[in-house]
Design a protein around this ligand. Structure first.
Ligand code: MN3
Length: 193
């Protein structure tokens, strides 16, 4: 069983003007498709891994019975597969605020603005390619951080809630080197908060 490129719940131009249609199209149909294909190609060698729940593959990444080069391949390409899936699902053209989550965010970070500032800082200060994350840690506490490349919070024992892609391919066409502007505009298309 192969993992499929997830269909988006909205059109490529639905997040305009904050994320442009061309970036969405290339990001989804080329980048995400590429991760999907490479992930599946590795899994062809490991039917037991291919039949696992997607999240479990990353929770158990270090214990998978695979060659080391393939473990790294799963980390990178499988990470690219699951991280983008979370990314598309957390965005949308209309807000669908999760009140319970929002209350918990205010409780944990002091205010919504303080949370946004901390998250934006994590996204802005990630050196090179990576993602900013809101997760639940092993004690069910909300936490914000960034991880390099396609690393998954599941591999740290954490559960992702939403993420922000700060690889250049996520924003370069529209924003070039202006990552802070991309981050600021992204809050408009994050559904949950
Ligand atoms: Mn990406």
């Amino acid at each position: 069983m192969a993992f499929e490129l997830p269909k988006l719940a909205y059109e490529y131009d639905a997040l305009e003007p904050f994320i442009d249609a061309r970036t969405m199209e290339v990001h989804h149909s080329k980048h995400h498709q590429g991760y999907t294909d490479k992930f599946n190609a590795i899994l062809e060698k490991y039917p037991e891994v291919a039949s696992m729940q997607l999240e479990d593959i990353f929770k158990k990444l270090n214990d998978l019975d695979v060659e080391e080069a393939d473990r790294q391949g799963i980390r990178n390409n499988g990470g690219g597969y699951i991280n983008h899936k979370i990314f598309w699902e957390s965005m949308g053209p209309t807000k669908n605020v999760d009140e319970k989550l929002q209350n918990e965010i205010v409780e944990t970070f002091g205010s919504l603005d303080a949370f946004k500032e901390e998250f934006s800082k994590a996204a802005g200060s990630q050196f090179g390619s990576g993602w900013a994350w809101l997760v639940r840690d092993e004690n069910n506490k909300l936490k914000v951080y960034s991880l390099a490349n396609q690393d998954s919070p599941y591999s740290l024992g954490h559960t992702p809630i939403f993420n922000l892609d700060v690889w250049e391919h996520a924003y370069y066409l529209k924003y070039q080197n202006r990552r802070p502007e991309y981050i600021e505009n992204w809050w408009n298309v994050l559904k949950l908060v």
